[in-house]
Design a protein around this ligand. Structure first.
Ligand code: PLP
Length: 381
């Protein structure tokens, strides 16, 4: 491997340390889960339905929301609904969680990795334009860290070729693009409620669909290909005509999700304040800059605060020694053998790959913590 990495070990939670991630489980989740555990439904039942409705009302009012077992499930389901078949090509981000791209390997779909924009780490529409061709069946983007991608540019390319944009919004709950909520813009958008995302259901995900004609297929494929409602009403004809799988969310998870949605606005607000504090605190320090922080036409969901920094390992070590955990979180996917080897046409990714670093930003981090981290950085590394 060309770029061996030696990551810092996971930091233990101890007084005085500032860890990189911490799950957000509000007090209200405890009683909400207890109620569900004492009820008739603990698998997929009425709480899942309610969570879907509540989620759609908040983030995608005119869309269908399909709750699933993970963000990865939501992506796999989206790719099936997009009709992707072996031999098809998709354009997908090289820099993302591997979950964005692994379902394609199951499906025999060929991935054309698109480069990042050096200043946001989001997919670069200019490279997408170079890559798109008559075999391309979808364009996938990830709103890295919570900053929405250049959706107008991506949609314009997709419309020209008559293909969908599929959004991986695992980082972007609560983000907006030109006044519209992420989740309500592209035909399909995926969210994740994995342990360390904005809100968590233990593990879980949501797929929002702006085209309601896909909803019933989505619900069937989520459950083996069976029309569950018809079955429960006793009117199912006992045939399965499309191959589904088991992608559903449980009522236990949905209870956590419902409780977390109640306080989501304050969670998001806190994250936005921390991001502002980082921007302010790191301003003017040579060799470091906050990525993707200055857009007037979109709202950042502030899941990650990522900096571009010279001598990354030295800064990471200094912060670690002062009890501050940092990490790269995601890596360029073409470093993993399963994706077929390192690509040579990703100059921006090449330039940034040894420079980016994620700083702590979550509900357990305070404004004072961020000031402390910025002071440490200002002291040099
Ligand atoms: C977390 C994440 C996923 C996967 O979601 P899971 O719920 O863990 O399956 C996909 N894409 C991105 C960008 C993520 O951060």
């Amino acid at each position: 491997m060309k770029h061996p990495t030696h990551d810092m070990p996971l930091m233990r939670t101890a007084p005085g340390t500032i860890v990189l991630f911490h799950p957000y489980v509000p007090e209200a989740a405890l009683s909400s889960v207890a109620d569900t555990l004492a009820s008739r439904w603990i698998g997929q039942g009425p709480k899942v339905d309610l969570f879907e409705r509540t989620f759609a009302n908040r983030f995608a009012p005119r869309s269908s929301a399909i709750a699933v077992g993970s963000g990865t499930d939501a992506l796999h389901l989206a790719y099936i609904l997009a009709g992707l078949k072996p031999g098809d090509e998709v354009i997908a981000p090289v820099f993302t969680c591997t979950a964005t791209n692994i379902p394609f390997l199951y499906m025999g779909v060929r991935i054309r990795f698109a480069d990042v924009q050096a200043d946001t780490l989001n997919i670069d529409p200019r490279h997408v334009k170079d890559l798109v061709n008559e075999k391309t069946r979808a364009i996938v983007c990830v709103h890295y860290g919570g900053l929405p991608c250049d959706l107008d540019e991506l949609h314009s390319i997709a419309n020209q070729w008559g293909i969908p944009v599929i959004e991986d919004a695992a980082h972007a709950l609560g983000a907006t693009y030109k006044g519209r909520s992420i989740g309500a813009i592209s035909p399909m958008t995926m969210f994740s409620f994995q342990a360390i995302k904005h809100i968590t259901t233990g593990d879980g995900g949501m797929l929002t669909l702006t085209d309601s004609s896909l909803e019933s297929a989505a619900r069937r494929i989520r459950w083996f290909g069976i029309d569950r409602e018809a079955k429960q009403n006793g009117i199912w004809d006992n045939d399965i005509t499309e191959i589904g799988y088991k992608y559903q969310m449980t009522d236990i998870g949905a209870s956590m999700g419902l409780a977390a949605l109640e306080s989501f606005d304050s969670v998001l607000y806190h994250r936005m304040q921390l991001m502002e504090e980082y921007k302010h605190g790191l301003q003017g320090i040579p060799g470091i800059s906050v990525l993707g922080s200055d857009y007037a036409d979109r709202e950042h969901a502030c899941w990650l605060c990522t900096v571009s920094v010279e001598s990354r390992r030295e800064l990471q070590r200094k912060l670690y020694e002062h009890g501050v955990e940092t990490n790269q979180v995601h890596y360029r996917n073409d470093r993993y053998s399963i994706f077929g080897g390192r690509r040579v046409d990703l100059p921006n990714m090449d330039r940034i790959e040894d420079k980016y670093l994620v700083l702590p930003l979550h509900h357990k981090v305070s404004l004072e913590d961020v000031q402390h981290i910025c002071d440490l950085i200002r002291g040099g590394w």
